[in-house]
Design a protein around this ligand. Sequence first.
Ligand code: FAD
Length: 426
Amino acid sequence: MQDSNEHTASYYAATRNDTADYPALLGAHRCDVAIVGAGFTGVSTALYLAERGYDVAILESYRVGWGASGRNGGQLIDGFVDVGKIGKRFGLAAADMAYRMGLECREIVVNRIEQYAIDCDLKMRFLDLALRPADMRQFEEEIASKRRMNYPHDMRLVQAAEISEYIGSDRYIGGLVNAGNGHLHPLNLCIGEARAAVNLGAKIFEQSRVTRIRHGQKPVVETADGSINADKVVLAGNAYLGRTEPKLYGTIIPAGSYIIATEPLTDSMAEAVLPQDMACCDQRSALDYFRLSADRRLLFGGLCNYSGRVPSDITASLRPKMLKVFPQLGGARIDYEWGGNIAISLNRVPQFGRIEGNTYYAQGYSGHGVAPTHLAGKMLADVVCGDSEQFDVFSRVRHMRVPGGKWFANPAMALGMLYYRLKEIL
Ligand SMILES: Cc1cc2nc3c(=O)[nH]c(=O)nc-3n(C[C@H](O)[C@H](O)[C@H](O)COP(=O)(O)OP(=O)(O)OC[C@H]3O[C@@H](n4cnc5c(N)ncnc54)[C@H](O)[C@@H]3O)c2cc1C
């Protein structure tokens, strides 16, 4: 499934509203900035640079949005890094900056959709769900701390007595509604942003995997059938970059996450399941996340797999979890199942850096990337243009290499690693 040169067989690929392909790279080319990877990070960078008049080219192994950006849960959640953790480690000013960046990344997405009239089913309002009293206490603290920082969006604690107004499940003891977050069709967002960049002069080459980067004063990116000579290079391959740039190999843990989509539900069933059409997730590290699509399917995601092996039957693994939340969907057919790779950094802070002076990268959004990738694109474009203020702050954060390289053979070990690393870093 994941090795196909075309989009994975997801609900998103089946409902993308722009099916035009871009050509493959052939022969020798030149541009100001060559970008490796056409997910949100690469496309967002390209759009910022094209808006500023740069001659930019994106090289994508497969199709625009083929990776996590075109496969994810579509949950638009603000926040860039854990503000509390940053505050403890770097002080109040850094925490304030991290908080503002968290708001900014979500604003970028909403503004882009409006500015470029991207049809991607954006709906605002998000419901965090509590399984345990500790989750409710965490929600109360979150509301209090965000109010102290003048958070601009409405937030509301939902008690057990009123949770049925929001979700047709007796699994949860309460929730937190945030009007600033929401959900969208991620592949249509990514493709729409790519189209906007192309309309401003950016070039996109699909089916053009970068096999080697020759660093130097004028770096060259090479594919099987062509090359691009550039002033600067941006690496935006995230969990799929593999060994393209040996210096980045082993800096993140790729982890698989999976989603199933039911058949379109009747109006009354959709209303019974999620009466307010909000995206939802619970608070566990291996969390369930779900929402309705524009055509009223339930998209239900979860599982977390560090082995690199796609479950042999995604539906068989995920459907019981969905039925635990919504037993009333027992008769609903599953029309789509798919998965994708997220890039986890050991301290859960996105990684930014330079290689050889004129090659820049951003990666490691740790499962929460729809909004952060958009700010990363701005930071990458800024540093390319000579403004490195935000980029430099993050490129100084210390990151650990992942022992053992790519995939963990043993998921328990991977989880244990993450737990202890989280405690000791930042
Ligand atoms: C199943 C799933 C559910 C998720 N749900 C959510 C969610 O609900 N909300 C949220 O905020 N985040 C979610 N995420 C995370 C989010 O999707 C990612 O953080 C984000 O999309 C990363 O974007 P990216 O552009 O950095 O990487 P990607 O979208 O993975 O793009 C990288 C691209 O680089 C290309 N590439 C790699 N190497 C090369 C090369 N050598 N040459 C050319 N091209 C190359 C790949 O083909 C790929 O298309 C989820 C992720 C998954 C997998």
